[in-house]
Ligand binder design. Sequence first.
Ligand SMILES: Cc1cc2nc3c(=O)[nH]c(=O)nc-3n(C[C@H](O)[C@H](O)[C@H](O)COP(=O)(O)OP(=O)(O)OC[C@H]3O[C@@H](n4cnc5c(N)ncnc54)[C@H](O)[C@@H]3O)c2cc1C
Length: 455
Amino acid sequence: MNPRRVHVLKSATEGRGPVLYWMHRDFRAADNWGLTRARLEALRLGRPVAAVFCLAPSFGAATAAHFDFLLQGLEETEAALRRDGIPLFTLRGEPGKEVAAFARAHDAALVVTDFDPLRAKQDWIGDLLSESVQPVLEVDSRNIVPARVATDRREYMAKTIRPRIRRQLHEFLDDFPALPPHPHPWPGGMSPADIAGLRAGLRAASPARQEFLVRPGEAAGRALLDDFLDHRLRGYLDRNDPNRDVCSNLSAHLHFGMISAQRVALEIMGRKLSGEHVDSFLEELIVRRELSDNFCLHTPDYDRESGFPAWARETLHRHRKDPRPAVYSPEELEGARTHDPLWNAAQTQMVRCGKMHGYLRMYWAKKILEWSPSAGDALHAAILLNDRYSLDGRDSNGYTGIAWSIGGVHDRGWTERPVFGKIRYMNLAGARRKFDVDRFVRSWLPGPDAPPTRP
Ligand SMILES: Cc1cc2nc3c(=O)[nH]c(=O)nc-3n(C[C@H](O)[C@H](O)[C@H](O)COP(=O)(O)OP(=O)(O)OC[C@H]3O[C@@H](n4cnc5c(N)ncnc54)[C@H](O)[C@@H]3O)c2cc1C
């Protein structure tokens, strides 16, 4: 595999035990560069290899339903790993510390782990680095062109990262090697991990009963991809119409790493699919998605106003005292109790099925800016709602999408107007020009629940 995917986090003397792969972002047995690297290292050393997962007591606003989705998928991944002679060990507690203790207890040769720029993950990895004694390698298996390689700086727009990604795509868009079952068995044999026990012990609260659109796991992700490529991709140019079912719905699987974006791109190439609709899908899957990891990697305050570009901070500050057309409390927003039926319908869609249509996500976040006492309050409310209710939330795409909508990240200044200043504005009339708003509202707020009036 391409060694430029690997980033050495810690150099040390290798232990005499197995190679460990700590899985915390890319929850899959197939098409996983981190696991591949761990297996190749174990083959080089003639040692067993194991995967390790640690259930943290909490993860941002993730709910029990999100953890359960992850763990259900992990059951399938564990069975696939076991078929390849690789045990999966499950731990509980502070992940970096627990994994370091596990590595020390087994005198692990080295630890390979996933790349993730989010603060919580960086803290976990910091714990691993300070408490482990063996080498630690980070492998970027989320991005096709690894985020640390694509560019060494924060890119300010899609148009600045696009040529860098395109230039390096041919180097990194290679197929995954097929490895034989691991020949060096785990000492004492393998027993199945107690994932059911972890699921039974989930404590994080779930604020609402949600019926997710998609089922967890690698097989379900693969089936979703096939269905999208067979039936929906051809309509992708209509992706901004929330009444049309033409998007991939892959975001939850991509978020949990249950499918590899690289596999998605390879499958499109393998099927020789082409056209404007394909280019536009690949732009979202590769350029926009990798731009999000770039933003979070190079912006430590990716979820705070200080992460906005200077022009956006300045314009929002200048308009901070502008009267708002309405101000809603976090509870009113959460309960979809605003005067705007489209916003209420979008919020209801997210709460009920764990996913809001991508076009509406922009509208939704911009209206939160318009109806909040300050940009900081808006940012906080949008992140909390997105992370709590979206199956694909707690993701660099979410922090970046919200920072784009509220704080002009990766955007330019537009005509100045109240509250927004030069931040791009969206309104109901514009949405009506794009799609049948009433139809969308009726499908999520049928009957007398739909509040139709303006303030
Ligand atoms: C306010 C706001 C919040 C968002 N929150 C999230 C989030 O929490 N998690 C999340 O994964 N995406 C988020 N997005 C980005 C985008 O809306 C979703 O990725 C997309 O709607 C997911 O649906 P899909 O898989 O059917 O997308 P498709 O249109 O089928 O796209 C395929 C994949 O490309 C990627 N992608 C698509 N659009 C974008 C984009 N604008 N930026 C980065 N990557 C993109 C995603 O990984 C997506 O799954 C957010 C966008 C905004 C404006």
